[in-house]
Design a protein. Structure first.
Length: 225
């Protein structure tokens, strides 16, 4: 069985997933990446620290090594690192845009998006000429959470939009993994709140075990198992 369009893809969603899915989805690239195998979102701050950059690369390399498609939002910082690292190490990546497919934000990722459209997958729920609004990005975070088996939060402040994806993923019954360094920052309340709702702490020691045990929540092809 293969799925060639979004309408057919939606027919394989659960009732709850369908309720939380975009009405329309526009794409360029390798559409089967959205349903074959496993996908994990790698997300975090736009103004990421040097340590955060290093951690994003380590996590993304680990996902690629296990054949997991890397999902991110093409934003500055962690998202850009995740996409580029996946590509550079021979993995697959999906860019979920907060803009229409014919718009690039940030502008400096224009070549990256072109590459993703050609050899990977770019998706957007916003039609051409849809206005640029800050509210688009929390909306696209829900879609990122929906198509991913897990979300890994690399780095995020108390006011970071990354939190939206974590909560959306938990609400959808997806795995949420928060890096240990975030939990050590006692100035932030959201990490411990997410842990109370089922998020897990991700460390260098448990990384391989957790990735090996990730459930196939989003694969829509029976023979993937």
């Amino acid at each position: 069985m293969s799925i060639s369009n979004y309408k057919e893809y939606k027919s394989h969603l659960t009732e709850f997933e369908l309720k939380n899915s975009p009405e329309d989805l526009f794409f360029e690239g390798d559409f089967p990446l959205i349903y074959e195998g496993q996908r994990v979102s790698v997300v975090g701050s736009r103004k990421v620290s040097d340590e955060g950059k290093r951690r994003a690369e380590i996590i993304t390399k680990a996902l690629v090594k296990k054949g997991i498609t890397v999902v991110s939002g093409l934003a500055e910082g962690v998202d850009t690192i995740a996409h580029k690292t996946a590509i550079n190490y021979g993995g697959k990546t999906i860019a979920v845009l907060g803009t229409p497919l014919n718009k690039v934000y940030p502008k400096f990722n224009e070549n990256l998006l072109t590459n993703i459209k050609k050899d990977h997958l770019a998706i957007s729920q916003f039609p051409e000429n849809f206005p640029f609004r800050p509210a688009n990005f929390p909306i696209r975070n829900r879609t990122m959470a929906l198509i991913s088996d897990a979300t890994i939060i690399i780095e995020a402040t108390e006011k970071s939009g990354t939190r939206h994806q974590g909560w959306e993923a938990l609400r959808l019954g997806r795995t949420v993994l928060i890096l240990e360094n975030i939990m050590k920052d006692k100035s932030m309340k959201w990490p411990s709140e997410m842990i109370e709702y089922g998020a897990q702490i991700l460390t260098r020691d448990n990384l391989d075990i957790i990735l090996d045990e990730l459930p196939y929540l989003t694969a829509k092809i029976d023979y993937a198992f």
